[in-house]
Design a protein around this ligand. Structure first.
Ligand code: NDP
Length: 254
């Protein structure tokens, strides 16, 4: 995207040990960085080193993208926004009933962003009750959503009135033969089914949903769009996502 838009910018990967985070953020400030992404294990702990948070990052309590605005470093979260942008090419979640499988970082980002976009009802299905309940509480208390937790201890049957079903677990990542435990026969052709897993792109979860006649959204769109939104925050330019998608496919050997 930088090359395509003639931007004289660089995106550099750096490994920062846990106990060097404060120094790394101070270094980014000192060296005039326009921002940076951060990944595990820094998504939560970076917050104490920043000057403020965007709305969804504040609700989630997690940051994956830091943006210099004026002389301040502001924490944003572009994972959920990237997912929403990708999903919105197929369906607008406003007023919809949604099932999210998973309650980790990706699930939290996706659920909060869709909550801010005005969904009607959300069901969190997760293996561990503590994480699932925590996310459902957060959605109820901070976003005042109709949210419930269901223990994922077997094949989950998707309620008939569901509009959107999302796999936000890590099941299927680098495992073409694995899919989350779901009663796939309960999927109806009018449901939109999305996966956050991006490798393989065409997951078994999505294949099973397609076999039921559902429209599907893969995790590659989320990955491209979270990056595109970050570039937009940093540079002010809306990058061409087709170019980014092409580069990503090339990098993944697709
Ligand atoms: P976390 O480790 O925070 O959460 C993992 C989730 O998967 C938890 O809900 C966990 O349940 C569940 N899970 C994992 N293994 C199993 C299993 N065997 N059976 C049942 N449940 C399981 O990971 P993240 O949320 O950070 O990432 C999840 C996925 O999202 C990854 O595949 C990641 O690559 C993808 N991702 C994609 C992005 C994109 O741009 N496309 C961006 C960010 C993430 P439990 O709580 O019970 O452990």
């Amino acid at each position: 995207a930088f090359a395509h838009h003639g931007l004289h910018w660089r995106y550099v990967n750096m490994e920062v040990p846990k106990n060097s985070l404060a120094a790394a953020v101070a270094g980014a400030r000192a060296m005039g960085f326009q921002g940076f992404n951060c990944s595990l294990p820094h998504k939560v702990s970076v917050i104490e080193h920043l000057d403020g948070l965007g709305q969804s990052a504040e609700v989630m309590g997690a940051v994956n993208c830091v943006v210099k605005r004026g002389d301040k470093f502001i924490g944003e979260n572009t994972d959920g926004k990237g997912f929403l942008r990708s999903l919105s090419s197929v369906v607008d979640p406003a007023g919809k009933s949604v099932v999210v499988l998973g309650a980790g970082g990706a699930a939290r980002a996706v659920a909060v962003e869709m909550g801010l976009a005005g969904l009607r009802k959300i069901t969190i299905v997760n293996r561990s009750a503590s994480r699932g309940e925590t996310l459902a509480h957060l959605l109820k208390n901070k976003l005042h959503l109709e949210a419930e937790f269901v223990a994922g201890n077997g094949d989950y049957t998707v309620p008939r009135n569901t509009d959107i079903v999302i796999n936000a677990t890590s099941i299927g990542l680098y495992q073409p033969e694995a899919a989350p435990a779901l009663n796939f026969a309960s999927l109806q052709p009018n449901m939109v089914v999305a996966d956050v897993v991006f490798s393989p792109t065409h997951t078994l979860f999505l294949k099973n949903a397609e076999a039921r006649g559902c429209q599907t959204v893969d995790g590659l769109g989320m990955l491209v769009n979270q990056g595109a939104i970050a570039i937009q925050y940093w540079t002010g330019i809306e990058p061409d996502t087709d170019i980014m998608n092409k580069a990503l496919r090339q990098a993944l050997g697709l």
